[in-house]
Design a protein around this ligand. Sequence first.
Ligand code: FE2
Length: 267
Amino acid sequence: MIKAGFDLLCADTSTDIVVLAGDTTRDGELASHAEFIEMLRDLKKRGKRVYVITATHDYRDGGVADGYDGDKKIQVPAVEERHDLWQMYYEFGPNEAIATHPDSMSYVVQLAPGYRLFALNDDTNYKPEGESGSGYSDDCMAWILDQLEDARKNDQFVIAMTHHPMIAPSPFYAIIGKGDMQRNHETTREIFADNGLQCMLTGHTHIHDISVVETKKGNTFYDIACGAMIGCPPTMRNITLDPAHAKVDVETVTITDVPAGHRRQAF
Ligand SMILES: [Fe+2]
């Protein structure tokens, strides 16, 4: 299904840029990363610009994950040290960044004149006492705010991506998925929106949703959550930045057909 999705991306000549907001593998398996990186390189060979952040499913404490030899479950090597991912995916964003925060593995790229992408990795191991989950360290937040100030001074529109949700994609998720929300999301989204970051692309939940909140100062913050290419239905987002009308158009692309050549077994 992922290969079918990549075929759609390759065939779409109107799409210049592909962004991916983390969890490129199941549990950080080295073989899965190697295969996926080759698929991303193929996209670049087709002329796409590709920007990636990684997330919590892309490494595994202990460096071992479950794999399969036929039907038999086996142990396979996985990425153990999360910082190794910065080098592994360096060619997909960090290499052309105008600013980086290597500790969190976040970066900023210039998408086009007047448009910047903030690629914000929230898989941090930084967990203040008594707190758990994803989010940004104090140092990373300070860096993001510096970057937002620079964007403001230079009259740049900012679109961002991170992995974990900043607005619950459904009221139900707010209850059952509370621990999956980004840590401090209510405070962080308020700070972001009031400093010029109002459009965040997220992943993780596999739920396709656009939600909006208004800050106390009256600014809006959008969480554009994208369902997964391995979800049901398998989805992608197609986003058009439209400076002439000061608009961000978002549409859904559904992978409706998986060619036989991409099937590992009949189903
Ligand atoms: Fe995730």
